[in-house]
Design a protein around this ligand. Structure first.
Ligand code: VGL
Ligand code: ZN
Length: 211
């Protein structure tokens, strides 16, 4: 049996209802996450989570750049969407959703701490210049397969999945456990297509549970 981990991407208050960068229906991912946590735990899988974890004056914040949120610019030589200030370290907005079963999470991987560059993927910053501890943690445990869900489909889920595939993991994305920002209405759909084209398996929780 291959060794598996469930990767929960950024299930944080600021991406849920009332949050600074609220994702439409973001909260609806939490029940799916909790169901998968219990299924995966019962099978002996590792449960890991990424956490967007920005300093108060992160370079991706529109307020820092004195511009309008959700417009486009450049940060550290890379195209950058200016975001509302979100997931500031040690604030309520950066905390995991209160209904998420965090007691069964084995390890949390923060990202986005460097104010000079954004980090969508749970594995690398957006310039692939620095790595988080996630890949080493998984490798040390012989984990080769990932089940992924979370927020947001069109940013952190997508780039985490694309990096995981490049790093050689087998990846299944639980589509109803993901929601997107959808600055353009098709963005989540296109993100799922990109993940699938790169080799990810897409499944609903119901499909996954029947396996
Ligand atoms: C995210 C935008 C900015 C995400 C994080 O978790 O998808 N999106 N920071
Ligand atoms: Zn962020």
């Amino acid at each position: 049996m291959t060794k598996r981990a469930l990767l929960l991407v950024d299930l944080q208050n600021d991406f849920c209802a009332g949050g600074a960068l609220a994702v439409p229906e973001g909260d609806s991912t939490i029940d799916v996450a909790n169901e998968l946590i219990s299924r995966c735990k019962a099978r002996g899988d590792a449960i890991v989570a990424s956490q967007d974890w920005h300093p108060a004056h992160h370079g991706s914040f529109a307020s820092v750049q004195v511009t309008e949120p959700y417009t486009l610019g450049e940060l550290d030589g890379l195209p950058q969407i200016w975001w509302p200030s979100h997931c500031v370290q040690n604030t309520e907005g950066a905390a995991f959703h209160p209904l998420l079963n965090t007691k069964d999470i084995d390890a949390v991987f923060p990202k986005g701490e460097n104010p000079a560059i954004d980090s969508y993927s749970a594995f690398f910053d957006n310039g692939h210049r620095q790595k988080t501890e996630l890949d080493a943690w998984l490798r040390e445990r012989g984990i080769t397969e990932l089940i992924v869900l979370g927020l947001a489909t069109d940013y952190c889920v997508k780039f985490s999945v694309l990096d995981a595939l490049k790093l050689g993991y087998e990846v299944t994305v639980i589509t109803d456990g993901c929601r997107g920002v959808n600055i353009n209405p098709q963005d989540s759909l296109l993100a799922f297509q990109d993940m699938s084209a790169a080799g990810a398996l897409l499944m609903t929780l119901a499909d996954f549970s029947c396996q």
